[in-house]
Each structure stands twice: as structure tokens, then as C-alpha cells.
Design a protein around this ligand. Structure first.
Ligand code: SAH
Length: 280
């Protein structure tokens, strides 16, 4: 049976105030994924958190348009790069979250995509646990799935993509991660979705080719996924070096390896009139 809307409830977002969402208790931290960019892709719990927090500590990757959804008076604190100085240290961010919570604030730690997908959410939670701060995780749509959808690429498909590997293209020091078994990864899955991979892309392509991946395998680079300035470029694994030499890739970008790229020709729904809608 179709679910009926609550009779008499106000339409739209105002309704959330009367919904039984969890209470954001003073002195607690909510680690929330804002989604890949388009505000429409945030969850209702994310919206609820924006409406009930005292302070939002946000990352560079969070679309500023999402911060417009806080209630008036909420304090916004940036935890990314400041005026050209290096990124705030991860430890400093965790300590700041603890300090704010201990001061009795409702602390919303807002991250791009999903907080546990290459987002250091786990590390921040470890610090909160140690300090005895109560916390909640609100998952978000990760760029490596939502971004692909906006480029017309289904992450899985029964005909072509029966498994997906998510990996990061750089480690804590910015180098190509040494603890990824590139030889094994190269042929393990028809789809490899790479985060933070632009800087080391030439080396990564070499490692995958050395591991036996087909040089003809398509590479799709999705920049500013889900946003009006989204761009999608395509090349082949064996041609990555010349592709990179010819252009500067816009970041943030997700790099997708695999024949999944072929779906784009028929499923590319976003880059047209729809991109004019700021909520995505
Ligand atoms: N927690 C985030 C990922 C953080 S790591 C998530 O779940 O999406 C940062 C990397 O995410 C970037 O280097 C890029 O590879 C990817 N990314 C995040 N937002 C993106 C976007 N809008 N478009 C393309 N790539 C994005």
C-alpha cells in the first residue's frame, strides 16, 4: 500500500520540526556528511543537524551553499586551509571539537561526502571516544558514488560492473599510497574509483598498467561533481600521461577506471538544462 502523507502536516521543510528526529544534546558532537556538493543531496538528518547545532566546524570541501541552511545565530568555524597557511592539523581539529563539546555546545562537524569515506571521520571519533564525548555519525552521499551518478555512470551494473574498488590516490604525506597492492588491485575489479588521485595520476596509471590492466581501459575524470561547474573528461589508461601533459585538471575530482565509462553515452542526464537548478 502506498504510504500517505501525514494529514494536516505543514508542507516542505517546516515539517521536520515536528518529526521525531534524534535530539542534538548540548555537549555532544555530530559527525555529518554533507554529500558531494549539491545541497539537495544532503540528508534530512544533516538538515536537522544544521538547524539544531550551536557551532558548525566545516571542511574545505563543503559547498558554502550548504552552510546557508543553518539557523540564524549558529557559529561557523572553518577547519580547512586558512589564508594560504597549511591545513589545520587533524589533531588540532579533534581537540577543538572536544573543547567546544566540553563547553556545552552542540557541535556539528560537517564534512564533504561521507564522513567515513576517506574523510578522517574515524580518527576524529577515536579522539572523541578517548575524551568521553558522546557522538553520532550521519552518513552522507560519497563523491565516489553520487559524483558518478551525476556523470551518468552507474557504480554497479549487472552487465559490466559486478564489483567496485574505492581507493585513495595519496597517503598522509601526499605520495602515491605504498600500502595499496597495485599489482593485485590492477585486475581485481572492472571498476576502480579513485579519490584524491589527480596529483599522482600518472604514477598510478603506470602502476596499474604494470599490474596488467588493459591500456585501452577508459579513464573518466569527474571534476566538481554535482555542482553547476561539473566537468567530465575521458581518456584511456595507456594515454594518461599525454592527457595530463595537455591540460590542467580541475579539482576536486574523482577518477574512474573501467568500461563503466561507456554508460555515459546513454545515461548522461545532468549536464544540460538540469544543471541550472542550484539544489542539484
Ligand atoms: N569524504 C569525502 C571524500 C573526502 S577525500 C566523500 O565521501 O566524498 C577528498 C576527495 O573526494 C577529493 O580529492 C576528490 O577526489 C573527492 N571529491 C569530493 N567532492 C568531490 C566533488 N564534488 N567532485 C569530485 N570529487 C570530489
Amino acid at each position: 500500500m502506498n504510504r500517505q502523507p501525514n494529514s494536516g502536516a505543514a508542507a516542505g521543510f517546516a515539517r521536520l520540526d515536528s518529526e521525531p528526529f534524534p535530539v542534538f544534546a548540548p555537549g555532544s558532537v555530530w559527525l555529518v556528511g554533507a554529500g558531494p556538493g549539491a545541497p539537495g543531496l544532503m540528508s534530512l538528518l544533516c538538515y536537522h543537524a544544521l538547524q539544531s547545532s550551536d557551532v558548525v566546524v566545516y571542511d574545505a570541501l563543503v559547498n558554502p551553499a550548504i552552510l546557508d541552511w543553518v539557523r540564524p545565530g549558529t557559529k561557523l568555524e572553518y577547519a580547512g586551509k586558512r589564508g594560504g597557511k597549511p591545513s589545520a592539523q587533524q589533531r588540532d581539529i579533534s581537540l577543538r571539537l572536544i573543547e567546544l563539546a566540553q563547553a556545552g555546545k552542540r557541535v556539528l562537524r560537517l564534512k564533504g561526502g561521507d564522513p567515513f569515506m576517506f574523510g578522517r571521520g574515524g580518527e576524529e571519533c577515536q579522539h572523541l571516544v578517548k575524551a568521553g564525548i558522546p557522538f553520532r555519525i550521519v552518513p552522507g552521499i560519497t563523491a565516489g558514488i553520487g559524483g558518478l551518478a551525476y556523470a551518468g555512470l552507474p557504480s554497479t551494473h549487472r552487465d559490466t560492473n559486478h564489483s567496485v574498488i574505492f581507493l585513495t590516490g595519496h597517503d598522509a604525506s601526499g605520495n602515491m599510497p605504498a600500502n595499496v597492492n597495485w599489482q593485485a588491485v590492477a585486475t581485481a575489479s572492472p571498476v576502480i574509483v579513485m579519490y584524491m588521485a589527480v596529483k599522482n595520476l600518472a604514477e598510478i596509471a603506470d602502476a596499474l598498467l604494470a599490474g596488467g590492466r588493459d591500456p585501452q581501459d577508459p579513464v573518466t575524470v569527474i571534476s566538481h561533481a554535482t555542482l553547476p561547474q561539473q566537468s567530465v573528461l575521458e581518456t584511456k589508461l595507456g594515454e594518461v600521461r599525454s592527457f595530463l601533459a595537455a591540460r590542467e585538471l580541475a579539482t576536486p575530482a574523482i577518477v574512474v577506471l573501467g568500461r563503466i565509462a561507456e554508460w555515459r553515452a546513454i545515461l548522461d542526464w545532468y549536464q544540460g538544462a538540469l544543471r541550472e537548478n542550484p539544489l542539484g
